[in-house]
Design a protein around this ligand. Structure first.
Ligand SMILES: Nc1ncnc2c1ncn2[C@@H]1O[C@H](COP(=O)(O)OP(=O)(O)O)[C@@H](O)[C@H]1O
Ligand SMILES: [Mg+2]
Length: 163
């Protein structure tokens, strides 16, 4: 049996992106890893802001792009580790920056430009590809790896929020 399913969803505007992010944040559990792919300006940081809200990160902890710091940590229902590997070239950089303990840590890791991770990708993960299809329209493709993400994402797709 194939363990990999692909589900997609179009959005028309940032408000709809926010609904998706909230929903994802709501269903996150300790140890989760969400990998975000998409060009600059696709909305990886914007999606992470609403994931943070869904995870209970308070509005005074404003979620910004971690491009320079590599990782920002926020306090929510679980700790949120927001990473951005844009400036990194590969696995050695990620290990050298001491980020493995956050990727494999007890919080929720959301990672932009995760294509730099190579063999460091955890087996259980949710991959989200964001394609810019217009000024405010986006196509999200969700690929869950592992039974936990697979069942949660499929359930979310039967919910009105993600269908
Ligand atoms: N439907 C949408 N979803 C997310 N962002 C959108 C959408 N429509 C327009 N945008 C805009 O696109 C930009 C995305 O920027 P950002 O989240 O920083 O992208 P990335 O982190 O992928 O480089 C923001 O200015 C946001 O307001
Ligand atoms: Mg970004």
């Amino acid at each position: 049996m194939q363990d990999k399913r692909i589900l997609s969803r179009h959005v028309d505007n940032p408000a709809e992106t926010s609904v998706i992010g909230h929903l994802l944040g709501n269903i996150c559990i300790r140890g989760d890893v969400i990998l975000l792919q998409g060009d600059l300006g696709a909305g990886k940081t914007t999606l992470t802001q609403s994931i943070a809200k869904g995870l209970g990160v308070s509005a005074d902890q404003y979620v910004t792009s971690p491009s320079f710091a590599l990782m920002h940590e926020y306090r929510g229902r679980e700790p949120l580790y927001h990473m951005d590997f844009y400036r990194l070239t590969g696995e050695d950089d990620i290990e050298g920056a001491g980020l493995l303990e956050y990727i494999y840590g007890p919080g929720v890791a959301v990672i932009e430009w995760s294509d730099r991770m190579g063999g460091l990708c955890p087996e259980q993960r949710l991959e989200i590809e964001i394609k810019t299809t217009g000024e405010t329209t986006r196509l999200y493709t969700f690929t869950p790896y592992g039974t936990s993400w697979k069942s949660r994402i499929e359930k979310a797709f039967v919910d009105t929020s993600l269908s």
